[in-house]
Write a protein that binds this ligand. Structure first.
Ligand SMILES: [Zn+2]
Length: 1094
């Protein structure tokens, strides 16, 4: 176990507990622990409600006794919990001394790292010739290494990475197929239109590309044996079931987590005997993926020889890297599911790496926040900044403070300390949490963040047991759980007044385009019923949220829908330059009270504007009006804007069309991502001050400048949805589904988030949809359960292994019912003095989430190419540091990846190829701005599937098999033309049909008799009464249910024009926009690493 094993100074839980040796639990529930002193707060019976119990009813007081302690406690992997491990008074470092902010070299001004020359052999400059025979990049099962004696590259000084490409792409001419469609829109994807003959700007193809092209064979990929047998291939058994990342220390001297490689030497005699074992890999498996590397090391001493030049006699010199022999995302995901999906993840231990986001698992809160709330790039932080700089692994947490939980897990308990409010450290203001140490018989506590000794208020006093723990520890969520809420007192409220419930204002564009597309009618019809589903709290009968309505084109129309009126009244404000709200009484109303008037209004709006000829719209004044209305009502709230066009009408925030594709790949490309007017930032700031969150639904027929229009949603914690060329018949399902979800979702308003850390590290950078007016407070006009805030940490002092490092995220917000609350998440991490411990406890999915956000922010200020180079350099530095410090000596020809990061190259390549960083010919400027904005708030699961889509074969497994089919790798060579596949990435959903699919299958699924009769681009499957049809439609429903946005289906036939669109998502392949294939990129990374090491 990679947790801090040092015995706590005192047993963490003193109560005798024979039953659960792993986790002393008896004090929960049944025992009369809290008889000593009355607590200000009712019984709270167990630290494991997160797993066992139903959510607490309502809020206010903590739940009443919840009965007996849970019985199915998972075995604690070790006999201690995190509680006792922290500061016994002497452990913290004290206040930090001189702090300086250090940027990682890798995040310095985007510049390619100078590549050290590697000349161990004369390099052959032979750009597209046959691969050097010496080139062999061979995967080795053992220790997940990929060894390859890649022909050394000539020194390349700071050349950007240009993927090895075909001659065609090198010459800059691309097939003029309008490939692209990150956003399949309502209409047929924009294939062939728009950019006839479009040519991509020539991409730089560095001359050295060839040096690792051995792996690039132009011809079809042969799934044949391409190299010597891999050590470990004979290992025919199932993957060793080791929990992800939590590998046991290797038996001998090697640092934990390092790969095991034998010294270069003659091949093991069993070499050819392993032949049969090789077959195991043909289906993309990459060995016992997540087992501890050390398990595979020693039996195969010859491992390292496979990459080295004077290697063993080989039957066939490998021509290319076998795709089956490089780390497979599918295999890693499958292994983690198998190894970690069955046991609940118990959060009692410090520094535990949770299961992957792709694994279904339950969480038991035993003192640390669930990974649903916080995931980290590493759960073991280097003790010093020097170490951190050396490793270049960003230290970041992806925090989703209001994450929704599965029904089996309880929402955080709400603790009410009455008028005294939550208990905090006097100095650093951290909130009471399980890591605070009570001393002096319980009269004082020492802060685990800043070491300050604080008095315990009399009403909070409680005796300590013989272990030094408060006897009521398990009766109080704030002393035993990782996540909980406090009711805030009036001191935490704006203007020292308790908030009134928030309001929703629906602001509908009624210009010509909106009316003609059918949007206005559809929306008004939907709102009539949707208003019954506004978010409500606990068991409330009706929502406390009030609603208001505005329509607009170049003027604004406000509606009085007061319940006493027989008919709604319209008031027009045409002076959009000086926006004011013409009515207060009757604008924001309770839905039930005003139902008749509202229904009448929603009936009338489509009629009133049915014949409009007005095509111009305003935009900023609309937001201004909504914000002013909330200000007048003295409440927070959310604006739902439904907007169609570039706001060119004369008004503040007026925009001009400045789209210019010629800027792509120039130094001015960044301007495409920047807002064109500063007015929107100013407006956003006012919105944040008012707690006015803006959700924007866009329905553009052409460029609308998403980069500028999304500024206010982005800075107010809102969402942006885009439906290009919206047509009711094609897009209503997607739009309505998104709208329903968006309106119903629980939101925290007028929020401030602060992340506190224990001495030694501090939060220095933040990514997400929010506003910051200082360096520490993340201000969110609104925050919903889908939004994440990514926080980066830097050292400001030494950490030590004994104490670890603590994070506390505190979110102050107003609930949907108008209650002011604090949600607290605590997380304890380990600290290490050995780099290997860092590499052993990393989470690549989180790393990629951070790196994507870092890069996507970088494009605002730096050329895209520079951003890409920076990513590559940082990744190479991370892996080179591992190789240098953690891996055992081996041939330089071997690429050795840390087990936890073996997918870093493939995932990073997906980020580099994404539309923001490397747009294809058909990606619009708005698409790129939209994706950039979306990714900023994505959680780890969303970035994972967004960058590496899920490809599911539908017809491979028996039709009766109802479980989700295992995914295959996102590459064309994984597609069989006799099968049907689904591909999804959280935003897009394709059904690919092979040209040789059996007629019976076609009939069952599409209701037509042959492949040729299937309609290409179909978005709805016919409802047919047979097993296959039901199964596929059921699977589509289930995929949609897993994602936060509705994915519209597009049926793609093999060899059809639309297939180009689909192929964009086969991310392991070379992309038409110049993105490298996985194999090529891996070779390139290898070369970069070697250059760093030499
Ligand atoms: Zn403190």
């Amino acid at each position: 176990m990679n947790v801090n094993q040092s015995a706590p100074p005192v047993p963490p839980f003193g109560q005798p507990q024979p039953v659960y040796p792993g986790y002393h639990q008896s004090s929960y529930g049944g025992q009369p622990a809290s008889t000593a002193a009355p607590t200000p707060y009712g019984a709270y019976n167990g630290p494991v409600p997160g797993y066992q119990q139903t959510p607490p009813p309502g809020v206010s007081r903590a739940p009443a006794s919840s009965g007996a302690p849970p019985t199915s406690t998972a075995q604690g992997p070790c006999g201690q919990t995190a509680y006792g491990q922290f500061g016994q008074g002497d452990v913290q470092n004290g206040p930090s001394s001189g702090v300086q902010m250090q940027r990682l070299p890798g995040s310095q001004p985007f510049a390619s790292a100078p590549l050290a020359p590697v000349v161990s052999q004369p390099a052959v400059l032979q750009p597209y010739g046959p691969p050097p025979t010496s080139a062999q990049v061979t995967a080795q099962l053992a220790g997940m290494q990929i060894s390859g004696a890649v022909a050394p590259a000539p020194p390349t000084s700071g050349l950007g990475y240009g993927p090895p490409t075909s001659l065609a792409s090198a010459s800059g001419s691309f097939p003029n197929s309008g490939l692209y469609g990150s956003y399949p829109q309502g209409q047929a994807p924009p294939l062939g239109q728009g950019h006839p003959g479009a040519q991509l700007p020539p991409r730089s193809v560095p001359p050295q590309a060839s040096s690792f092209t051995p792996s690039v064979s132009g011809g079809p990929r042969m799934p044949s044996m391409t190299g010597p047998l891999l050590p470990g291939q004979s290992f025919g058994g199932p993957p060793v079931s080791q929990p992800n990342h939590v590998s046991s220390p290797p038996p001998q001297a090697l640092p934990p987590g390092t790969q095991m490689t034998g010294p270069p030497g003659p091949p093991p005699p069993m070499h050819s005997a392993q032949q049969p074992g090789y077959q195991l890999q043909q289906n993309g498996s990459f060995g016992p993926a997540r087992g501890p590397q050390s398990n595979y090391g020693s039996p195969y001493p010859g491992a390292a020889t496979f990459g080295s030049q004077p290697g063993p006699p080989q039957p066939l010199p490998p021509k290319r890297l076998d795709p089956d022999a490089i780390p497979s995302p599918i295999q890693v995901i499958e292994d983690d599911r198998n190894n970690r999906g069955s046991e609940p993840f118990v959060t009692g231990l410090r520094g535990q790496v949770p299961p992957l986001v792709t694994t279904n698992f339950l969480v038991k809160d035993q003192g640390n926040a669930s990974p649903r709330y916080i995931r980290c790039t590493s759960y073991n932080i280097p003790c010093t900044s020097d170490m951190a700089k050396q490793a270049q692994v960003p230290l970041a947490a992806v925090i989703k403070p209001l994450a929704r939980l599965p029904p089996e897990e309880a929402s955080p308990y709400v603790v009410d300390h009455g008028e005294s409010g939550p208990l905090r450290c006097n100095r650093c203001k951290a909130y009471m949490c399980p890591f605070m140490q009570f001393v002096e018989g319980g009269r004082r506590f020492q802060c685990c963040f800043c070491s300050c000794i604080n008095d315990v208020p009399p009403q909070y006093f409680q005796h300590l047991d013989h272990t030094g723990k408060r006897v009521d520890a398990y009766d109080r969520p704030e002393l035993s759980l990782g996540s909980y809420e406090f009711l805030a007192t009036v001191d935490y409220c704006k203007n020292n007044k308790f908030p009134v419930p928030p309001a929703f204002i629906f602001m509908i564009d009624v210009s010509y385009n909106a009316v003609r597309s059918g949007l206005v009618r559809l929306l008004c019809e939907e709102l009539k019923s949707l208003l019954d589903f506004l978010p409500r709290e606990g068991g409330a009968e009706e929502s406390a949220i009030r609603v208001g309505f505005v329509t607009y084109n170049k003027v604004l129309h406000f509606y009085n829908v007061k319940s006493s009126l027989a008919q709604p009244q319209m008031m027009v404000v045409s002076d959009v330059g000086d926006m004011f709200v013409p009515l207060l009484d009757g604008f924001l109303v309770n839905v039930n009270e005003s139902r008749a008037v509202i229904t009448s209004l929603l009936d009338q709006i489509p009629e009133m504007f049915a014949d409009t000829r007005e095509t111009e719209t305003v935009f900023a004044p609309v937001i201004q009006a909504g914000m002013e209305a909330l200000k007048a009502a003295e409440c927070a709230g959310k604006l739902f804007l439904f907007h169609t066009s570039l706001p060119i009408a004369e008004a503040p925030g007026k925009l001009k069309n400045r789209d210019d594709r010629k800027l792509i790949n120039t130094d001015k490309e960044k301007t495409l991502f920047q807002p064109q007017s500063g007015a929107y930032q100013t407006l956003a700031k006012e919105c944040v001050a008012q707690g006015c969150c803006v959700d924007l639904f866009l329905f553009p027929n052409q460029y609308v400048d998403v980069a500028t229009l999304s500024v206010v949603p982005q800075l107010t914690g809102g969402s942006v949805y885009k439906y290009a060329c919206f047509q009711v018949e094609n897009d209503q399902e997607r739009f309505l589904s998104d709208l329903r979800r968006d309106v119903q979702k629980v939101v925290g308003f007028d929020a401030v988030m602060r992340v506190r850390t224990s001495t030694g590290i501090r939060a220095v950078d933040f990514f997400g949809a929010f506003y910051m007016s200082n360096t520490t407070d993340v201000e969110l006009a609104g925050l919903d359960g889908d939004k994440t805030v990514t926080v980066e940490f830097k050292h400001d002092d030494r950490l030590n292994e004994e104490n670890g490092a603590l994070l506390q995220c505190a979110l102050l917000y107003t609930s949907c019912a108008g209650q002011r609350r604090l949600r607290i998440h605590n997380l304890a991490l380990n600290c290490c003095t050995q780099l290997a411990d860092l590499y052993r406890n990393c989470e690549t999915d989180t790393l990629i989430n951070y790196m994507a956000k870092f890069a996507y922010r970088g494009v605002l200020s730096s050329p895209v190419k520079t951003v890409r180079d920076t990513l590559i350099t940082q990744c190479a530095q991370i892996l080179a540091c591992y190789r240098k410090n953690c891996a055992s000596p081996s041939s330089a020809g071997q690429l050795i990846l840390p087990e936890c990061m073996k997918l870093l190259p493939v995932y990073l390549n997906c980020v580099l190829k994404s539309e923001v960083l490397q747009p294809g010919a058909e990606v619009t400027t708005d698409d790129r701005a939209y994706v950039r904005q979306l990714v900023t708030s994505m959680d780890v699961a969303e970035t994972n599937v967004f960058f590496y889509p899920r490809l599911l074969p539908l017809t491979k497994s028996p039709i009766e098999n109802t479980t989700e089919p295992p995914a295959v790798r996102a590459s064309e060579e994984r597609l069989s033309n006799g099968d049907i596949y689904l591909l999804e990435n959280g935003l897009n959903l394709f059904l690919w049909v092979g040209a040789s699919v059996q007629q019976g299958v076609v009939q069952s699924l599409f209701g037509v008799s042959s492949f040729s009769q299937i309609t290409s681009g179909l978005s709805v499957l016919p409802v047919l009464d047979n097993l296959l049809s039901k199964k596929v439609r059921g699977l589509i429903d289930s995929l949609r249910a897993q994602r936060s946005r509705y994915m519209k289906l597009i049926v793609v036939k093999q060899e059809d024009k639309l297939e180009m669109l689909f192929k964009h998502f086969l991310v392991e392949d070379k992309s038409l926009s110049g993105g490298a294939s996985y194999v090529d990129f891996l070779c390139h990374m290898h070369k970069e690493i070697r250059q760093l090491l030499s």
